[in-house]
Design a protein around this ligand. Structure first.
Ligand code: SF4
Ligand code: SF4
Length: 326
């Protein structure tokens, strides 16, 4: 970012490049958050999920999403949480949407496979050819356990081996992608280089294989924001994101092709906006719900921005599928 431009907020920064950057361009991905219940309580969780999470998507809301997908076949469906597998209607939902989406993707934390009553999940994923995205913020036990909790690394490796045995990560038939996010107030390094390191370390030490590594920049919201505040790093981290603004990444921000749905069926530009309650508002000043999404799209969807948005445009850019500049 050039000197003098540092005072602009995210919206102004984008408007300077092109005002089209502040609207949904073409809906390709529907991200559905099934709730904030999770068997883990990670230090950097932006949705502040945990075992006591009370937000749970009901079957009624799921049916509305299924209807939407029937009318818009061919979207990518990205299912997330919390821990999506802990929603009591998770199986019903995935069974219902199979065949409606061009790609069905679930974000799993891996350790949930060892929760009582969920042992069937990995084989069932393979049967349904669900693409998996799994968080593993480092290839060392020490760093993973520090961010995600004691014993998480060991369980994650066990789960990854189980998935490899089912055929995941070995070719593109059963896709297994891992997610890296920095352990502190810095940007991820090169996705390609880190991906190569992950591949050699995990293969050599544990015989684990996967397809791609997604590097994701931490948004300064939720538990990560609390962590930065507690360490007196919030301001300098926000400054870093701003200073590293990259206009090339700005053209590719995920909210130009993605919408995110919360457990109530309310629509957001992305999961980060969802986490801080910045929902899409219609002309009548009301939150847009899944059953009114078509009307909202035909009227044009504005991207609601905030200072956290600079995490998507810093450096090589960041999205739910990693770096924006490949
Ligand atoms: S980061 Fe993922 S695994 Fe960790 S608490 Fe949040 S939802 Fe659960
Ligand atoms: S935080 Fe969300 S709304 Fe903001 S730029 Fe990133 S994807 Fe778009």
């Amino acid at each position: 970012m050039a000197a003098g431009e540092n005072d602009l907020n995210f919206k102004e920064t984008m408007e300077r490049i092109d005002s089209r950057l502040l609207g949904l361009d073409n809906l390709q991905i529907l991200q559905v958050n099934l709730g904030n219940k999770c068997n883990q309580r990670c230090e950097h969780c932006h949705v502040q999920a945990g075992p006591d999470g009370q937000k749970v998507m009901s079957r009624e809301v799921m049916l509305k999403i299924i209807d939407f997908l029937r009318r818009h076949e061919g979207l990518v469906l990205d299912i997330t949480g919390g821990c999506p597998e802990l929603n009591p209607d998770f199986k019903f939902f995935v069974d219902s949407v199979c065949g409606l989406a061009s790609c069905l993707m679930v974000r799993t934390n891996l350790t949930v496979f060892f929760e009582a009553g969920l042992e069937w999940v990995p084989a069932w994923y393979a049967e349904h050819k669900v693409a998996l995205v799994a968080s593993l913020p480092c290839y060392t036990e020490e760093n993973v356990d520090k961010q995600r909790g004691q014993g998480v690394f060991e369980k994650s490796i066990k789960a990854l081996k189980m998935l490899n045995e089912l055929g995941y990560g070995c070719d593109w038939n059963l896709e297994l992608n891992l997610v890296y996010n920095p352990g502190g107030d810095f940007l991820p390094g090169s996705q390609d280089e880190l991906g190569a390191d992950y591949k050699s370390e995990l293969d050599e030490k544990y015989g684990v294989r996967f397809n791609n590594l997604f590097t994701i920049t931490n948004a300064p919201i939720g538990r990560f924001r609390q962590y930065l505040e507690a360490n007196g790093q919030l301001e300098q981290y926000q400054q870093l994101l701003k200073e590293r603004f990259n206009s090339e990444a700005a053209w590719n921000i995920m909210c130009r092709r993605l919408l995110s749905i919360d457990y109530r069926g309310v629509v957001y530009n992305c999961d980060f906006n969802q986490a801080i309650g910045l929902s899409i508002i219609n002309g009548a000043g009301k939150e847009v719900s899944i059953e009114h999404l078509e009307d909202a799209i035909s009227g044009g969807i504005e991207i609601i921005t905030g200072e956290h948005c600079f995490c998507c445009t810093a450096g090589a850019g960041s999205s739910c599928t990693g770096s924006l500049l490949k």
